[in-house]
Design a protein around this ligand. Structure first.
Ligand SMILES: Cc1cc2nc3c(=O)[nH]c(=O)nc-3n(C[C@H](O)[C@H](O)[C@H](O)COP(=O)(O)O)c2cc1C
Length: 209
């Protein structure tokens, strides 16, 4: 189909119109694949670069392009894991700390061959509201996640509370107004992995006026 050509939208029920279109398949087959379900095999650098390039094409009010990514592979994941464990201990009240959570924070970055931290660098002029900058970063992550999925890779956006700490900001050497919004774990899903997800009907979340 040509770039701007419409599929035959007419005389078809609303929901089924785009059901067989590639975009529908890509969107609906994207799953969150947790690090424990990934294989340790490295992801070719060219693939990671394509994910980042596609993230970079997210919509952005005022073209501020507020997304920032730090890519951890190989040995650098150890440094990330250790830092996250330390921030967890630092920022979680002692009576709320859980050994299994601490262990998971240390283990997850080593289970995924690639960990990409997701950060937001807001418009320095302050013209664009921060919530729009966060929205733009989320669009960039979705581009990345959909691309990963289309390439047969698994991704997972994780946001343990410590990512929002100043310690995390310092660790990533972000600017004072920047915010880390999470981690994106990436790798090849384990052989034969079938993941289910569900959504309630869109009819409950939309109203035609
Ligand atoms: C901003 C954001 C943060 C998320 N953080 C977490 C998280 O910390 N832990 C988690 O289990 N899932 C997290 N998720 C992933 C959701 O759990 C996941 O999207 C949901 O379970 C639906 O699964 P699906 O993506 O496979 O459809 C996050 C998703 C988004 C968009």
């Amino acid at each position: 189909m040509a770039r701007w050509e419409w599929p035959n939208l007419f005389n078809q029920p609303r929901v089924s119109t785009m059901i067989n279109h590639p975009i529908t398949k890509i969107i609906r087959e994207r799953r969150s694949v947790k690090p424990a379900l990934l294989r340790p095999d490295p992801v070719p650098r060219k693939m990671i670069e394509l994910l980042l390039e596609n993230a970079n094409w997210a919509p952005t009010h005022g073209l501020t392009e507020p997304w920032r990514f730090h890519i951890f592979t190989g040995e650098s994941r150890q440094r990330l894991a250790k830092a996250m464990q330390s921030f967890y201990k630092q920022h979680t009240p002692i009576d709320k700390q859980r050994t299994e959570k601490l262990e998971k924070l240390g283990k997850n970055p080593l289970l995924a061959p690639v960990v990409i931290t997701i950060s937001m660098h807001p418009d320095p002029t302050g013209k664009i509201p921060e919530q729009e900058e966060i929205a733009a970063v989320a669009c960039a992550v979705q581009n990345m996640h959909l691309t990963a999925s289309a390439l047969g890779l698994g991704g997972f956006w994780s946001s343990p509370p410590l990512v929002y700490s100043e310690s995390m900001r310092d660790f990533l050497t972000l600017d004072p107004g920047d915010r880390c919004l999470g981690l994106f774990y990436l790798g090849s899903p384990q052989e034969g992995l079938q993941l289910e997800s569900r959504r309630s009907s869109i009819d409950q979340k939309s109203s035609w006026q």
